[in-house]
Design a binder for this molecule. Structure first.
Ligand SMILES: Nc1ncnc2c1ncn2CCOCCNC(=O)c1cc(-c2ccc(F)cc2)cc(O)c1O
Ligand SMILES: [Mg+2]
Length: 214
């Protein structure tokens, strides 16, 4: 039977990346996506912006919406202090299965909790079921039409505190116009656009960083 792109990406990681070395896993995936097959990882250019936001936030509790193969999960987890934890939500069980293996290969599994399910169903369970108080950082990288409803849901569930950071991928391509309009015009957010490119291409894309003001 035919392999899938995520399976081929995992194969490249297990063949070429050093076990326990997150940087080599990231490097291997970027090389695979440039030389073999494009895949919807945040990529190395936007990934550097992600890294800088993570390090300057120095978060204890991070939420990632949309795991895919675990590329940004590994990028974020590798920068977290020892006690910090990252909860990542993935809807697609096939993607989740691959991501778990990428995360373990990189050696960051102790900092990561991958939960399968739809963000809209899981976000309301974060406090009771996952023992979360508030998130210091949220990386939005799932269905582009879920960014806005899920942000409102996180507000309603009291999962954001003054200073919580939302970092959203793909605000230009594929685009999240309703989300952008909201965070850029709401008095409850201070927003900043980081211009970049769609992963592994010359197409414009960018990350929107929004600080929740409470
Ligand atoms: N837990 C959850 N709850 C709800 N929904 C969930 C979920 N977990 C996953 N999903 C849904 C799907 O997640 C993947 C979303 N990501 C993208 O679609 C994406 C697409 C492109 C792209 C594609 C083609 C082009 F031509 C140009 C750009 C680039 C990117 O960087 C992308 O991130
Ligand atoms: Mg993306």
């Amino acid at each position: 039977t035919q392999s899938t792109r995520p399976q081929r990406l995992l194969g490249a990681v297990q063949k070429k990346a050093t076990r326990g070395n997150p940087r080599s896993v990231i490097q291997t995936i970027d090389q695979f996506c440039r030389q073999r097959e494009w895949a919807m990882n945040v990529g190395d250019e936007k990934g550097c912006i992600l890294d800088s936001v993570v390090t300057e936030t120095n978060p204890t509790t991070v939420l990632e919406l949309g795991t895919y193969c675990g590329y940004s999960t590994v990028r974020i987890a590798s920068l977290l202090p020892p006690q910090a934890r990252l909860i990542t939500l993935e809807f697609n069980p096939d993607f989740a299965r691959i991501a778990r293996q990428v995360i373990t290969w990189a050696g960051v599994q102790d900092k990561v909790e991958l939960v399968e399910g739809a963000s809209g169903d899981l976000i309301p369970k974060m406090k009771a079921q996952f023992g979360v108080n508030t998130f210091d950082l949220v990386f939005l990288d799932h269905w582009k039409d879920r960014y806005l409803p899920d942000t409102k849901l996180m507000e309603e569930c009291g999962l954001l505190k003054k200073g919580s950071i939302l970092l959203a991928d793909n605000v230009i391509c594929p685009g999240t116009p309703d989300y952008l309009e909201y965070v850029r015009n709401s008095p409850r957010y201070q927003s900043q656009y980081f211009k970049s490119h769609l992963e592994y291409t010359k197409v414009e894309d960018g990350l929107e960083k929004s600080v929740f003001l409470g």
